[in-house]
Ligand binder design. Structure first.
Ligand code: GUN
Length: 298
């Protein structure tokens, strides 16, 4: 039976480290602050934003949620972004997605001040990530790398298969795994024989947003399985991986809930503190950036 990769525990460990850094920053006159723009009343988005506020409070980061009506125009939203870009008391800034269908997220992401873009969704940060340059890493893939490092799971030379090619998870995940020297295959909805590829994976990361897409016979014996899915089925949260059939074959697996989810929020806190340090002219984040955390573990 697989070892459980306890994202909740690792996220708490990272939160403690972030809280210590927040205290240090406050002593230098910098009080880290995250601003969240929430458009409309999508219930899932409201829950995510509440979780982000609560997580900020726990580590001493100030949070500001700007709620805008669902019928706001593109121009009004861009003005709201601009105002927070210019606000010197705000260090991290994100626009909760998805936006209502009449709004185009792309110009909104491009309007964010890149130094405050704690989601890592600005085109400049996406470009820096693919070039392997220092930047704010998208929270979910960043959280997965941290969880694996701190669980002492080596990545260099391993065959990693990523299922899903979204801009938020799949694509940046593939890039970060390449930076960790894994050999990376990316699969998606048009991949003809998905199982033939997933069976080759030593590390399998699944982010497709469809419940129980990956079943036991699709997984290699001894694989490490990371489940990014959060799906509500009959009032219960389930992942994209069929835990019951996959866990007996895997060496390690993330549960849903309590796996990747808490890591995403922890890395948002981490990125906010990194942004605050950088904006205050105190260097590139916690001891040279994300690599400092768990360095050497992989
Ligand atoms: N909606 C779902 N995931 C995310 C995320 O990581 N960031 C933002 N801003 N919105 C999301």
């Amino acid at each position: 039976m697989a070892a459980i990769l306890d994202g909740k525990a690792v996220a708490e460990e990272i939160s403690r480290e972030v809280a210590a850094e927040v205290q240090r920053l406050k002593k230098t006159g910098v009080a880290p602050c995250l601003a969240v723009l929430l458009v409309g009343d999508n219930p899932a988005s409201q829950t995510y934003v509440r979780n982000k506020e609560a997580a900020c409070q726990k580590v001493g980061i100030a949070s500001r949620v700007v709620r805008l009506p669902a019928d706001i125009t593109q121009e009004e939203l861009l003005r709201a972004v601009e105002e927070l870009n210019e606000d010197e008391g705000v260090h991290g800034l994100l626009v909760q997605l998805p936006l209502p269908p009449h709004l185009d997220p792309r110009p909104v992401m491009a309007a964010l001040r890149p130094e405050k873009d704690v989601d890592g969704f600005h085109p400049l940060n996406m470009g820096r990530l693919q070039a392997g340059e220092e930047c704010l890493w998208p929270c979910t893939p960043h959280g997965i790398v941290q969880l694996l490092r701190r669980s002492r799971i080596p990545l260099a030379g391993r065959h990693a298969v990523v299922v899903g090619r979204s801009n938020i998870v799949g694509k940046p995940m593939a890039l970060l795994l390449l930076q960790e020297d894994a050999t990376v295959t990316v699969c998606h909805s048009r991949t003809p024989d998905l199982a033939a590829l997933t069976r080759q994976a030593e590390l399998l990361v699944v982010a497709v947003g469809r419940p129980r897409t990956i079943t036991g016979e699709m997984v290699r014996e001894g694989a490490v399985v990371v489940d990014v899915g959060i799906n509500r089925v009959d009032g219960r949260l389930v992942g994209d991986v069929d835990f019951e059939s996959v866990a007996p074959r895997a060496a390690a697996i993330t549960p849903v809930p309590g796996g990747v989810g808490p890591m995403t929020v922890a890395m948002l806190l981490f990125n906010t503190v990194q942004a605050a340090r950088r904006l205050a002219g105190q260097g590139l984040g916690l001891e040279g950036g994300a690599r400092a955390y768990g360095a050497g573990a992989g």
